[in-house]
Design a protein around this ligand. Structure first.
Ligand SMILES: Cc1ncc(COP(=O)(O)O)c(C=O)c1O
Length: 413
């Protein structure tokens, strides 16, 4: 995250006009949408890109020899180029479209599980992973006898690199770790984590579903083997994500799903496979969603990922400051470079009740375990509320949250 001091300011008032949904109300009150870490709203540019494709230029991709198929294929492949630029991949061949973050993680775990991870082989995870980056590895533990080793984090979500390095043995095959906690907002030192993994001969998968939303990503600079993003948190559609995978690594892995498009030759006796990325994109892909994701990534790049991060850093500071003045609120995670993802609890109140009362004031926040039960256990809670800010949020939204929390406290205490 940027410190917000030297970036050109975003015109957030004008930018909000680009999001049709922000014009609607919630129970007759101004909608204050603070559930962006779950899913972000969509700008007109994304809505239009999908609408234009559906109305004007839609057919299946790669297979047709007619005008509409060729146009759709060009738009789909264009989105792949856009994603490659967004992540600074060396080649668009390293961009595999998936149905989202969860799909990307299942792809990597399943493909690695065929030959590379067997009985007694080790996988390192942090305790602040999203379930989507835990359960596929548990599958390998249950089905292949792999060993899952856990990296602890500080209360703020920070990683001790010394403790991390001690987890490696000559059986360590892969580290699967988040770029940013979806609960604590803490970023992880991905470049260092990658260097250490590679020094020990292990691969590294980085879950960028939150990290890529709040700052620029350069996969070549990080040097990771795999990096996943998901469209619906990046102001794009749901049902689409990207797995970045180094070309040499991906071409050495067996495919995860079988079907059309991923093959080279199929006979009654045998099958050979296409190269990456097509090797991992069996069947008709999420065409419209990929086009929408391309529009979203272009939109973010036009606004400037640094300018977005700077605006969000200002929101984070203001929100943390305002929350620290409420003596009935406990905030989880105060890493100095955290994203504007703020988990909190109100004394004596269940997060579900907090969320329900806030909702009636027009403020949408998330409550629950956030698909991060090992982290909940580490923090000694079963659930929290979570306010997460996006590019269109304002200081007025923070004021509405604080006002709503006063009301919640009055009602529940
Ligand atoms: C850190 C993190 N990883 C993975 C996911 C799952 O992504 P998707 O919803 O695209 O499957 C999420 C979604 O909440 C997340 O926050």
């Amino acid at each position: 995250m940027s410190d917000g001091s030297q970036m050109p300011a975003l015109d957030v008032v004008a930018l909000r006009e680009e999001f049709p949904i922000l014009k609607r109300d919630a129970y007759g009150k101004r909608l204050v949408y603070l559930d962006n870490a779950a899913s972000a709203q969509k700008p007109r540019a994304v809505i239009d890109a999908i609408k234009i494709a559906m109305e004007h230029s839609y057919a299946n991709v790669h297979r047709g020899l007619h005008l509409l198929s060729n146009e759709t294929t060009a738009a789909y492949e264009n989105a792949r180029e856009t994603a490659a630029r967004f992540l600074n991949a060396a080649s668009s061949d390293e961009i595999i479209f998936t149905s989202g973050g969860t799909d990307a993680m299942n792809l990597v775990a399943n493909a690695m599980g065929v030959d590379e991870i067997g009985q007694g082989d080790e996988v390192i995870l942090s305790v602040m992973e999203h379930h989507s980056n835990i359960v596929p590895w548990h599958f390998l533990r249950e089905r292949k006898g792999a060993v899952v080793k856990w990296l602890d984090v500080s209360d703020d979500g920070e990683i001790d690199l010394g403790a991390y390095e001690k987890l490696f043995t000559d059986r360590t095959k892969i580290v699967a770790i988040t770029h940013m906690s979806n609960v604590l907002g803490a970023p992880t030192p991905v470049k260092e984590l990658t260097r250490i993994a590679h020094e020990h001969g292990a691969k590294i998968f980085i879950d960028g579903c939150q990290g890529a939303v709040h700052g620029g990503v350069d996969v070549q600079n990080i040097d990771c083997d795999f990096y996943a993003i998901t469209g619906h948190k990046l102001y794009g559609p749901s049902g689409i994500g990207v797995l970045y995978g180094k070309k040499s690594v991906m071409n050495s892995l067996p495919p995860f799903k079988g079907g059309g498009e991923m093959i080279d030759l199929v006979t009654t006796e045998t099958v050979t496979y296409n190269d990456t990325p097509h090797r991992f994109e069996a069947g008709t892909p999420p065409i419209l969603e990929a086009i929408g994701l391309g529009a979203a990534l272009n939109w973010m790049s036009e606004k400037g990922v640094d300018a977005i991060a700077a605006h969000e850093a200002n929101l984070r500071d203001a929100a943390l400051d305002a929350l620290s003045k409420l003596n009935f609120v406990r905030v989880f995670g105060r890493a100095s470079n955290k994203a504007p993802i703020i988990a909190f609890n109100v004394d004596g109140a269940h997060p579900h009740d907090v969320s329900t009362i806030l909702d009636r004031t027009g403020v949408a926040v998330r409550a629950g375990h956030h698909c991060a039960q090992p982290l909940m256990e580490r923090l000694g809670v079963t659930a929290t509320s979570r306010a997460s800010f996006g590019v269109y949020n304002t200081f007025d939204d923070i004021e509405a949250l604080i006002k709503g929390l006063h009301k919640t406290h009055e009602m529940l205490s």
